[in-house]
Design a protein around this ligand. Structure first.
Ligand SMILES: Cc1cc2nc3c(=O)[nH]c(=O)nc-3n(C[C@H](O)[C@H](O)[C@H](O)COP(=O)(O)OP(=O)(O)OC[C@H]3O[C@@H](n4cnc5c(N)ncnc54)[C@H](O)[C@@H]3O)c2cc1C
Length: 476
C-alpha cells in the first residue's frame, strides 16, 4: 500500500485544535487514540481494519459544525492530512490512515435536529447511527428507508459518503435518492449548505458531488433527508430453485413485468459452487412493503410469475426468520470488535459486488466459476440483490500461507472486476472505492477520471482531505 503525506503535529497546531474542541475531544497519545477508536459507544465499537490498523497521529471529535470547520481549517492551513471517520464500518479502507493523518471522528456530532412528520423529512448531524435514527423516525410513524446490514454501527454521514444501499433498496435505491440537502465543511474550512428542496433546476446540483466521494472532498456535517411512511403491511415470500439459472429467469421475469419488490435477494449457496457435486440450493426472498392494497397486488403477481420457475416455497417461519435476522451477520462481524478477511492461517476470504447490465449476468457468473476453478478458488456464494443488475459473490482461497492465498484471491478479483467493466458494468455497487479499488479507477472511468481529478484539485488543491482514497492521483 502506498504511503502518503507524512505529518506530525506542531505544538502550536495542537494548542489551536485543543482550544477549538477542548482537551476532552482531542487525543494525541497512542493509548488515547487507540482507546477512542475502539471505545464502545452504547456497545457500538468503532471498528478499525485488522490488517491495516491505522496509525493516526491524533483523533479530534468536534461537537458542532463551527468546531469541525475550525479544526479542518487549522489542519489544512498547517498542511496536515485528515480522514473523516463515521462508524468505521466501511469495507474499502476509506478510514485508514495511510500515514500519520489526523482522524476527524464524527461520533459526537450525533444529534437528530428535526423530524417533520407531515413533510416526511428529517435533519441530522452526520454522526448519527442509522439504527438510532430508525428508532426515532418510527416514533413519528416514519422509516429511514436506508437499511444496510451494518445499520447498528454505521453513521448517516458514512453512508452518504459511500452512497450505500440497504435492504429496502429494491424500491428506494441507494441513499443518494434520500438526500435533499447537505452541509459540508470544505477542506479550506469554509462551510457550504446546498439548498434542501425536492426539486431545483437552478444550476448544478452540488450535493451530488459529495455523495459517494468517501470524505475526499469535504466533511459532511449535516444532512436534510427524505423519510418514508411506516408501511401499513410488510409481506415476505421465499422460493427454492433447482439452480441459479432458474432463479435468475424468475428475477428477469419480475423485472420485465415491472413487479418491483422493496427487497429482492437471490442467493446461490453451496460449500463450493464451482463443484456441481456439492449439495446446495438457490433461494429467492422477496419483501413487499407499503400500502395494504399495493402489497397484496404485488405479492399476488409475483407469486404467479415465480411459480413458473420455482421448485418449492420457503415456509413462512423461515422467511420471517430471514427478515428478522437480516442484520445478524453485521452483529457477528462488527459486534465482536474485529473484522477479518482471514479464515485461517493459509486461507483468505473476500467478495465482489458488481453492477452489471442485466444481459451480462449469466456470462459474468460463468467467467467467475471458470476462473475460480482454474485457480483452485472456492466460490461459496453468488447472488443478485434487488433486481437483475447487482451481482455479488463471496470467494475463499487456500494457500501455503495467508499472503499466498490472499494474492491468489486478489488476482482473481481484479480480473473479474475488470471483466465487469468491459461488459459495461461497474466494479462496485455500494461500498465505494476506498484504497481497495483505487488502482481500478482508470479502467472504471476512462478519460472522465480527468474531470473528477479536476474537481478534487479545485476543492482540495493541497490533497489533504482523505488522501490515497478514490483518486489514484492523490497518491504521489
Ligand atoms: C458486516 C457489514 C455489513 C455491511 N453491509 C452493508 C450494506 O448492506 N450496505 C452498504 O451499503 N454497506 C454495507 N457495509 C459497509 C458499511 O457499513 C457502509 O459503507 C457504511 O455506510 C459506512 O458507514 P460508516 O459510518 O461506518 O462510515 P466509515 O466506515 O466511517 O467511512 C466510510 C467512508 O466515508 C467517509 N466518511 C465517513 N463519515 C463522513 C463524513 N461525515 N463526511 C465525509 N466523509 C465521511 C470516510 O472517510 C470513509 O471514506 C457493511 C459493512 C460490514 C462490515
Amino acid at each position: 500500500m502506498t504511503k502518503v503525506h507524512s505529518s506530525s503535529l506542531a505544538p502550536e497546531l495542537e494548542k489551536e485544535i485543543r482550544s477549538i474542541v477542548g482537551a476532552k475531544n482531542f487525543f494525541i497519545d497512542k493509548i488515547g487514540i487507540t482507546k477512542v477508536l475502539n471505545q464502545r459507544s452504547r456497545s457500538r465499537p468503532i471498528i478499525v481494519d485488522e490488517e491495516n490498523r491505522s496509525d493516526f497521529s491524533a483523533v479530534v471529535l468536534p461537537e458542532t459544525t463551527a468546531q469541525a470547520s475550525g479544526v479542518v481549517r487549522a489542519l489544512y492551513d498547517s498542511g496536515v492530512a485528515m480522514v473523516p471517520y463515521g462508524g468505521g464500518t466501511g469495507l474499502m479502507g476509506g478510514v485508514l490512515s495511510l500515514s500519520a493523518n489526523v482522524c476527524v471522528s464524527m461520533r459526537k456530532m450525533n444529534k437528530i435536529l428535526d423530524v417533520d412528520k407531515v413533510a416526511k423529512t428529517f435533519v441530522v448531524q452526520s454522526g448519527v447511527i442509522l439504527g438510532d435514527l430508525e428508532k426515532e423516525l418510527n416514533r413519528s410513524s416514519l422509516i429511514l428507508g436506508h437499511d444496510p446490514w451494518s445499520r447498528s454501527y454505521a453513521t448517516i454521514g458514512g453512508s452518504i459518503a459511500s452512497d450505500g444501499v440497504g435492504y429496502l433498496g429494491g424500491r428506494l435505491g441507494s441513499i443518494r435518492n434520500q438526500v435533499l440537502g447537505l452541509e459540508v465543511v470544505l477542506p479550506s474550512g469554509e462551510i457550504i449548505r446546498t439548498k434542501a428542496v425536492e426539486h431545483s433546476s437552478a444550476g448544478i446540483d452540488l450535493k451530488q458531488i459529495f455523495i459517494g466521494s468517501e470524505g475526499t472532498l469535504g466533511l459532511i456535517t449535516e444532512a436534510t433527508m427524505r423519510a418514508y411512511p411506516y408501511p401499513e403491511r410488510t409481506k415476505i415470500i421465499g422460493y427454492c430453485f433447482e439452480n441459479f439459472q432458474k432463479g435468475h429467469k424468475a428475477v428477469l421475469a419480475l423485472h420485465e413485468k415491472g413487479v418491483c419488490p422493496s427487497s429482492l435477494d437471490l442467493d446461490e449457496n453451496r460449500r463450493n459452487i464451482t463443484d456441481p457435486r456439492e449439495p446446495g440450493e438457490t433461494r429467492l426472498h422477496l419483501v413487499f412493503s407499503g400500502l395494504r392494497g399495493e402489497v397484496d397486488a404485488l405479492q399476488k403477481e409475483a407469486q404467479r410469475i415465480i411459480s413458473r420457475y420455482a421448485k418449492s416455497r420457503i415456509s413462512k417461519t423461515d422467511t420471517d426468520q430471514y427478515w428478522a435476522e437480516r442484520h445478524k451477520i453485521a452483529d457477528m462481524v462488527l459486534g465482536g470488535g474485529s473484522r477479518r478477511h482471514r479464515t485461517g492461517n493459509g486461507s483468505s476470504f473476500d467478495y465482489l459486488h458488481v453492477s452489471l447490465p442485466a444481459n451480462a449476468v449469466s456470462i459474468f457468473r460463468k467467467r467467475c466459476l471458470e476462473l475460480a476453478k482454474t485457480y483452485g478458488v472456492e466460490v461459496v456464494n453468488l447472488g443478485l440483490w434487488h433486481g437483475p443488475n447487482m451481482f455479488s459473490s463471496a470467494l475463499h482461497a487456500d494457500g501455503a500461507n495467508y499472503v499466498e492465498s490472499r494474492q491468489k484471491l486478489m488476482f482473481i478479483l481484479d480480473h473479474l472486476l475488470k471483466y465487469a467493466q468491459t461488459k459495461g458494468g461497474s466494479m462496485e455497487y455500494c461500498h465505494g472505492v476506498g484504497v481497495k479499488l483505487v488502482h481500478l479507477m482508470g479502467s472504471e472511468h476512462g478519460n472522465s477520471l480527468k474531470l473528477m481529478d479536476a474537481i478534487k484539485n479545485t476543492i482540495d488543491p493541497k490533497g489533504l482531505m482523505n488522501p490515497g482514497k478514490v483518486f489514484p492521483r492523490s497518491q504521489p
